[in-house]
Design a protein around this ligand. Structure first.
Ligand SMILES: [Cu+2]
Length: 158
């Protein structure tokens, strides 16, 4: 009985450690969501302070096997979300191209799309903040073909 008790408590300890370390790996590698034609990796946004009314969010798309377009996003923590990105300058290359609201973000077959501050990203306006750095909040992504996919956005790039 005593031996059995010790074995099982060691076993439980081992399980707890395994769960803890898999939790760390999960956080480090980022969370993922799957559509039939692509993978959504680690949606995240910048945390906000009490006075902030807007913030930016980023998503990565990988393993795009069927072309689609991101056509919208929404979240209960923002009044509206805009897809924003650089518009091609009329001629030449500028250090920071002007940004504009985009109708859609193309997901081409074989492509890998990484949103960024200088590239395409999401702008959350009318934020019902503060959005705290150690939390996750719902982010719904709307695609032309894949439809609506519910994700959670972490408030950290990692
Ligand atoms: Cu993640």
């Amino acid at each position: 009985m005593i031996n059995g008790g010790m074995v099982s408590s060691r076993f439980i300890q081992g399980m707890a450690m395994a769960i803890a370390s898999s939790g760390l790996a999960f956080a480090a590698l980022g969370h993922e969501y799957y559509a039939a034609g692509f993978k959504i990796v680690h949606p995240w946004a910048m945390p906000t302070g009490p006075a902030d009314k807007s913030t930016v969010a980023f998503v990565r798309f990988e393993e795009i096997s069927s072309a689609d377009r991101l056509i919208g996003a929404r979240s209960p923590v923002a009044g509206k979300i805009e897809i924003r990105g650089p518009i091609a300058p009329a001629k030449g290359v500028q250090a920071s191209p002007p940004m504009a609201s985009l109708k859609a973000l193309d997901l081409p077959v074989g492509g890998e799309i990484e949103m960024s501050q200088q590239g395409v990203h999401l702008v959350l306006d009318e934020v019902k903040g503060p959005l705290l750095g150690d939390r996750s909040y719902p982010l719904t992504l709307v695609f032309e073909k894949a439809g609506t996919i519910e994700t959670m956005m972490a408030m950290s790039p990692f």
